[in-house]
Design a protein around this ligand. Structure first.
Ligand code: NAD
Length: 360
């Protein structure tokens, strides 16, 4: 298969971690007989320096013409970098908001996996995580409370603020379909999270999710209230496969799930639109404190690349091969500094990429 990938190396450790992900993708392509064609675009601070804006329209057009986008990270030190003296719409992060909007990315996927080799990094008690966990938090990204009308006004002499939580049935249906599609590639269970005992928007959410579920008879569906879900994530995280939820609940629950899984350098993410197209990136930022020192952990980016193969290109075997290679390297005791523990061999970003590529 031939696929076009737009590459955004970005700032800080972005270029280092993306180089390693491409190394692993190329090895995978060679093994499985595919061809990946990469086109670089600028975004973030590097684009501000070169073009005066964090993302040009030409760069957006290049991204749109690809089959998927692989992103490292953008941004600099927010206290010292001159990029943060610019007005907000010209800062590095504005590039990220623009590309998400232009590409219509409404579904955010964040896997939270406890690697048995990294159990020590998990803050939960050993008996809770003895069997590990592997869940996918699916968050609606373009609707809900963060996008509804808001205002602050004086009512009856009191300063009063109003935010509006709005969802229409189409917005719910398209993310629910994505959620069930993803579950079909995993353990076939969806936990839909809402607050249907209080909110109308949640009652509509539940109704539409139930409708969509009828088209996926193989997938087990359960509904869970968000307060219960927050508890269950720390009480028994292994019960979850796909957690499907709206924007604000997903914002909070995805960070909670990330925390219980341990290291930031291991956390991948993807944002999808209603075609197979997606933008794949690690959950962490550009780590300017360690940029250019060959210290960054490239695994989150490498796993994001594996997600790209699985969800945008339907290359499940290839994605499995990358994930297995990561697991093998961890089994053999190799670690970057951020996930190191006693008795392990500490390696740099480049070496970690080499080791994973060699095991594909
Ligand atoms: P960060 O995630 O970049 O770093 C937090 C800490 O984790 C740092 O100590 C860093 O060294 C470490 N770290 C992060 N990724 C690592 C990796 N792969 N390997 C080893 N260590 C790693 O968060 P921050 O310091 O708050 O933000 C730095 C910049 O990144 C800011 O400009 C911020 O706006 C930007 N940012 C960008 C994105 C993105 O591109 N999607 C996301 C979050 C933050």
């Amino acid at each position: 298969m031939e696929k076009k990938i737009t590459v955004i190396r970005g700032d800080g450790i972005g270029p280092e971690i993306v180089t390693e992900a491409i190394k692993v993708l190329d090895k995978t392509a060679e093994k499985f007989g595919h061809k990946f064609e990469y086109t670089d675009i600028l975004m973030g601070g590097c684009s501000i320096d070169a073009c005066g804006v964090p993302l040009t329209d030409e760069a957006v057009a290049t991204a749109k013409a690809a089959d998927a986008v692989l992103l490292g990270a953008i941004g600099g030190n927010t206290s010292t970098s001159p990029w943060y003296k610019l007005e907000p719409k010209l800062r590095p992060e504005a590039g990220l908001l623009k590309i998400r909007k232009e590409l219509g990315l409404f579904a955010n996927l964040r896997p939270a996996v406890l690697y048995s080799q990294l159990k020590d990094a998990c803050p939960l008690r050993e008996d809770i995580v003895e069997n590990g966990f592997d869940m996918m938090i699916m968050r609606e990204l373009t609707g809900g409370l963060y996008f509804g009308d808001r205002k602050t006004e004086v009512r009856d002499g009191l300063e009063t603020a109003v935010d509006t939580l709005v969802y229409n049935e189409n917005e719910i249906r398209r993310i629910a379909i994505k959620g069930f599609d993803i579950a079909m590639k995993r353990r076939k269970k969806v936990t839909s999270v809402d607050k249907a005992n209080v909110l109308d928007s949640s009652r509509l959410w539940r109704k539409i999710v139930n409708e969509v579920a009828k088209d996926y008879p193989e997938v087990e569906l359960e509904h869970m209230l968000v307060d219960n879900c927050a508890m269950q994530l720390v009480r028994d995280p292994a019960q979850f496969d796909v957690v499907l939820t709206e924007n604000m609940f997903g914002d909070i629950l995805s960070d909670e799930a990330a925390m219980v899984s341990g290291s930031l350098g291991m956390l991948a993410s993807a944002s999808l639109n209603d075609t197979k197209f997606g933008l794949y990136e690690p959950s962490h930022g550009s780590a300017p404190d360690i940029a250019g020192q060959d210290k960054a952990n490239p695994i989150a980016t490498i796993i994001s690349a594996a997600m790209m193969l699985r969800y945008s290109f339907d290359m499940d075997k290839e994605a499995d091969a990358i994930e297995a290679a990561v697991s093998k390297v961890l089994d053999e005791g190799y670690r970057t500094g951020d996930i190191s523990s006693e008795g392990c061999t500490i390696v740099g970003c480049r070496k970690m990429g080499d080791l994973i590529a060699e095991r594909i």
